[in-house]
Design a protein around this ligand. Structure first.
Ligand code: FAQ
Length: 311
């Protein structure tokens, strides 16, 4: 049974009226948003690590400048999202501490390694491609600050996807060795990219409530299907093969049939047992500890100024 307050809230959601920070909202709506936006913010920040790894090794000055700009964009996305989460009454420090203590998550995809330059192409093409597929509908999410952050982020994200595809085109049209690298990167990133959309709808514990509240607009499986349908022709254009024997156009459904990722592997990665979980968490811990003097200095400066004003 809904209380009158909850019913009025649901009416606003159903009428597509955005919820703003000072509006009444159910505790569970607030908690779900903090979880999702916080997890999303952490993903943008942790997501810098596998790519940052290649900034110094990009093959040309131009590629280096482009990758540097892209990785900086991810930092910016993290900041927009932390700000959106802060409007719900949590501080960025609390969110960071929840990440470092393992209470909060970040996207499974960033627990896979980037072994060579083709992987940077595959990350841009597939990982940013999957990210946009998920984020375009989130521009219409019911919480105002999240929705507005998504609008800005999506603009930059489409540039990221194109830069990844551009790397893949160069590699796929290059020497035999380069083409092999491109294929190998696709082989390794295909299923982890499909996992980005979350577990199958049957196993998605939050989807029903999140969709009723329009925090989520589409289901995990709907977005995964949309991603496969969009990406397969792009792979064909590159002359690369998607590593899935069952992949086949289904005329009747108007969609590709495809193999599910290995969900055991997915849940293991979520439990911290992916190839790079420890490395990523250590990277974040080190950055947080190394930055302590900056935070302390800023606090000391602010206190000094405040004291001077009083005097
Ligand atoms: N990884 O009930 P559901 C980027 C968890 S893009 C880790 O279906 P929900 C850009 C989920 O939290 C990546 N955990 O959950 C970039 C829940 O756990 P809990 C970030 C996952 O929330 C590109 C449990 O499984 N994008 O960073 C994952 O309704 C390149 C049950 O799942 C976003 O975060 C996963 N893949 O749906 C940056 C988008 N999937 O909390 C750098 C916003 C599920 O109960 C370089 N988020 N879980 O313990 C969303 O749309 C949703 O949160 C989903 C999951 C769709 C990810």
């Amino acid at each position: 049974e809904m209380t009158p307050e909850e019913a009025a809230f649901q009416d606003r959601i159903d009428a597509d009226i955005k919820i703003e920070p000072k509006d009444w909202m159910p505790d569970e709506y607030r908690a779900t948003l903090v979880r999702q936006i916080g997890q999303h913010a952490h993903s943008e920040i942790v997501g810098q690590l596998p790519e940052g790894n290649w900034i110094t090794r990009a093959p040309t000055l131009e590629r280096k400048a482009i990758l540097l700009a892209k990785v900086q964009d991810e930092a910016g996305h993290g900041l927009y999202l932390y700000c959106a989460a802060e409007t719900l009454g949590v501080s960025r420090d609390e969110l960071t501490e929840d990440l470092l203590s393992g209470r909060m998550k970040y996207s499974s995809i960033f627990n896979y390694p980037t072994l060579n330059w083709a992987d940077i192409g595959a990350v841009g093409w597939l990982v940013d491609g999957a990210a946009i597929m998920n984020q375009v509908p989130l521009q219409r999410t019911s919480y105002g600050p999240y929705s507005r952050a998504m609008i800005r982020i999506c603009k930059e994200e489409s540039f990221h996807q194109r830069q990844g595809y551009d790397i893949m085109m160069k590699m796929a049209q290059g020497t035999e060795a380069q083409k092999k690298m491109a294929q190998d990167a696709l082989n390794r990133f295909w299923y982890p990219s499909l996992m980005m959309f979350g577990p199958s709808d049957k196993e998605s514990v939050h989807s029903a409530q999140s969709m009723a509240w329009k925090i989520k607009i589409d289901s995990n499986d709907e977005l995964r299907q949309r991603f496969v349908d969009q990406t397969v022709p792009q792979a064909e254009y590159l002359g690369l093969t998607v590593p899935d024997d069952k992949l086949k156009w289904n005329e009747e459904r108007g969609h590709y049939d495809f193999s599910e990722p290995d969900w055991t592997e997915f849940f293991n990665v979520l439990k911290g047992k992916g190839p790079c979980n420890t490395e990523r968490m250590n990277g974040r811990k080190r950055a947080w500890e190394d930055g302590a003097w900056v935070r302390d200095g800023l606090m000391a400066h602010a206190q000094k100024r405040a004291a001077r004003k009083v005097a």
